[in-house]
Design a protein around this ligand. Structure first.
Ligand code: PTJ
Length: 252
């Protein structure tokens, strides 16, 4: 891994790139995953590389949804495995929810490598290698699901997801929590709760939110009042405000 100097002003961002390149070399991340990350970075620039208030509200709703779920499952793809293995494992332990490897650019070898990578980081319960069930309405490999995992889950946390599967999971009657920096992606538009934030920041906030909310009686109330479409409009409004501020400066 290229050693990014900590004093570099873009240290965090460059380190994420290194993690993905390392993931690619290890056969975990797809080549297309690098392109997808670049799209995410562009949105993160517009957002200001910070958690928006609208993302905080969505994260709170997501915490409530996960805590009230009967059978939550966390979907892991090649980008998520390379960027935040420790954080998805911590979340999985906190919720007692399995991780399920589910990838778009499917190969059996990559599924196995991602599973092993998560287990090497301490994951105890990783699904995705059976993939004996099929999500109806999807013609590509993302339809593959473990019967005891995503297929029978009531709530699916699906970071960096593609719109097709999000829509198909919703059609199956599941609730989907998306983490996606693009507020106008099909995934963000279709999910039950869309957290428009970087995966690392979103998971950090989700973990602390769940810890705080565990014993709270506000969960149902939070879910009832959350309006995903309204919140996505608020994300765009926050981005517009930031762009107006940026207009006043000569350099970004
Ligand atoms: O490992 P695989 O085969 O499942 O492939 C994973 C990718 C991400 C390549 C695949 O799922 C894909 O093609 O996804 P999309 O349709 O490009 O959607 C990915 C979304 O994630 C885009 O809207 C990006 O803006 C967003 N994104 C990228 N990086 C981040 C992100 N969102 C949050 N945090 C990020 N770091």
């Amino acid at each position: 891994m290229f050693n990014v100097p900590e004093a570099h002003p873009r240290y965090k961002s460059l380190t994420k790139r290194e993690k993905l390149v390392t993931g690619l070399e290890a056969g975990i991340t797809s080549r297309q995953g690098l392109i997808a990350h670049g799209r995410g970075e562009a949105f993160d620039y517009l957002i200001g590389e910070r958690t928006l208030n609208s993302a905080k509200r969505a994260t709170e709703a997501a915490a409530a949804l996960l805590l009230t779920a009967k059978k939550p499952v966390i979907s892991v793809n090649g980008n998520v495995a390379a960027l935040v293995p420790e954080k998805v494992i911590e979340l999985s332990e906190l919720l007692n929810a399995p991780l399920e490897v589910n990838i778009f650019y499917w190969t059996g070898e990559r599924v196995r490598k991602i599973k092993e990578h998560l287990e090497q980081h301490g994951a105890a319960h990783v699904l995705g290698d059976k993939a004996e069930a099929r999500i109806p309405g999807i013609t590509h490999a993302r339809a593959k699901a473990d019967r005891e995992g995503i297929f029978s889950a009531d709530v699916v946390l699906a970071p960096l997801e593609d719109g097709d599967r999000c829509e198909a999971l919703i059609k199956m009657g599941k609730k989907v929590i998306a983490i996606d920096l693009n507020p106008v992606s099909r995934t963000s538009r279709h999910a039950t709760v869309s957290i428009v934030d970087d995966i690392e920041r979103a998971l950090e906030n989700l973990i602390s939110g769940i810890k705080e909310m565990k014993k709270s009686s506000r969960k149902e109330w939070l879910l009832e009042k959350f309006d995903n479409q309204g919140n996505l409009r608020a994300v765009i409004q926050e981005i517009v405000e930031r762009l107006k501020e940026l207009k006043e400066f000569d350099t970004v």
